[in-house]
Design a protein around this ligand. Structure first.
Ligand code: EPZ
Length: 419
């Protein structure tokens, strides 16, 4: 069972390249089902969730193979199926993203309900109601979604909340409709803009991504393209929080501050100095971080829920107390008990967690509870005295191509052991 062994106490000093964005590449891999031609995806991160998407594409009869370190070649012309097995659906929670694309391509789809996950229930009611608005018949029997969409037609859809996955699923399904679809109250995440840019590169008529209303004019056949995935803003936020936690000066090549401005605003308030340009972000953290104003997670452009745990970890030795409010997921404080094993002082009550800075953290054996909670343990371990061993790191491998490699490049004392 692989583990990460981290010796805390050393300040960071170094440079790392930010990998392609997991939450952009996953919907783009589903979108590839809409194209008749080869897709060359550059800057594609090697992640467990990308592997799971490749397994689904291959299971559907499509070709997907790596060429070089981070180039993935996909050709879905050989698609021969329209159902995704329960095993594959359970491999990755966000596999529901394939539903809209399979429906648009095949006129039918059969997927088992995606599993819940460590963050709590992960309903897809908004995905399903939007697809029904477009004309899909969806029969939810025995945990399997039997879907028919012989004629998808463009419609006005209003989402009751700006769901990232539902926005993406409906954008893809809308590409297979006749007519124009508008998605109101759409999610505005940068990854949705990346998906729009990919679809446009394939010949689709999509506009409005990044705003609350996305429009898709369906019906045009899509061709292949060569596309470079945007940098992962949550990975960049992780490394910025690592610098805030351990102190030091780092350069994150490829990071785009405009994608994580709510995170950098809090880090500046905590006392870090950040300078960014088109090449990336330089972050210098000289002394113990200061506590900050309350951190409330919200849909983009609000503070990203995916950065909540990692920022919390960076503030464990801050001067003062910081209030966190997690508004997106019901169970996104599972990392708190593990951080407490390292001496953190965190009080949780419902959606609110209060982090009071302590003088010392000490290394301890801890286990990952989920993807970003696992990354938070590593951020905290950098500021702890002694050695921390982090186990169950397959959670981390879902979203970080090589966390140990990158943190070592930034000056951390961290190794990955496979026993
Ligand atoms: C995406 O998940 C991301 N995953 C998540 O990142 C991220 O935390 C989340 O967006 C919010 O930003 C990917 O992009 C692959 P949502 P998604 O639909 O699409 C509720 C990570 O760490 N909801 O915006 O599942 C839902 O329960 C992962 O990289 C419904 O009620 O998020 C949640 O409370 C974790 N019904 C809220 O909306 C629905 O039909 C936001 O969910 C859909 C969602």
């Amino acid at each position: 069972m692989s583990k990460l062994i981290i010796r805390g106490g050393s300040r960071l000093q170094g440079e790392a390249e930010i990998q392609g964005a997991k939450n952009s590449v996953l919907p783009i891999l589903a979108a590839a089902l809409l194209t008749a031609g080869q897709v060359e995806l550059r800057g594609c991160p090697r992640l467990r969730d990308v592997d799971a998407s490749i397994h689904i594409l291959r299971d559907l009869g499509c070709e997907a193979r790596w060429e070089g370190e981070n180039i993935l070649l996909i050709d879905t012309r050989s698609l021969s199926g329209c159902s995704v097995s329960e095993r594959l659906m359970r491999e990755m929670r966000s596999s529901a993203i394939f539903l809209g694309a399979i429906l648009a391509r095949c006129g039918q789809a059969e997927l088992s309900y995606p599993g819940g996950c460590e963050l709590g229930p992960r309903p897809i009611d908004l995905h399903l109601s939007g697809l029904r608005d477009l004309g899909a018949e969806i029969d939810d029997r025995g945990g399997v979604l039997h879907c028919k969409a012989l004629r998808l037609r463009g419609r006005e859809i209003v989402l009751s909340l700006p769901s990232v996955g539902a926005t993406e699923n409906l954008m893809l399904a809308a590409c297979g409709t006749s007519g124009v679809t508008t998605i109101a109250n759409a999610a505005r995440e940068p990854e949705i803009v990346d998906l729009q840019n990919f679809l446009i590169a394939c010949g689709a008529k999509v506009s409005g991504a990044g705003s609350s209303t996305v429009s898709v004019e369906g019906g045009s056949p899509l061709h292949g393209c060569t596309y470079t995935v945007m940098p992962d803003r949550i990975v960049a936020a992780t490394y910025l929080c690592a610098a805030a936690s351990a102190g030091g000066k780092i350069f994150l090549r490829g990071a785009k501050e405009q994608h994580l401005s709510t995170v950098t605003a809090v880090l500046r308030e905590a006392g870090c100095s950040l300078r960014s340009d088109e090449t990336g972000i330089v972050c210098t953290c000289r002394e113990r971080p200061a506590a900050t104003r309350p951190v409330r997670t919200a849909p983009y452009p609000g503070f990203p829920t995916d950065a909540q745990a990692i920022l919390m970890a960076a503030l464990l030795k801050s001067r003062g107390a910081t209030v966190f409010e997690e508004n997106l997921f019901a169970s996104r404080y599972r990392h708190v008990d593990e951080l407490a094993r390292m001496g953190a002082d965190i009080r949780v009550s419902g959606r609110v967690a209060v982090v009071t800075g302590v003088e010392t953290l000490h290394g301890a054996p801890v286990r990952c509870t989920d993807l970003r909670g696992g990354a938070a343990l590593c951020v905290a371990a950098l500021a702890a005295e002694g050695e921390t061993s982090v186990r169950e790191i397959t959670h981390i491998d879902r979203g970080y191509e090589d966390l140990a490699r990158d943190l070592r490049l930034l000056g951390a004392d961290i190794i990955r052991t496979d026993h």
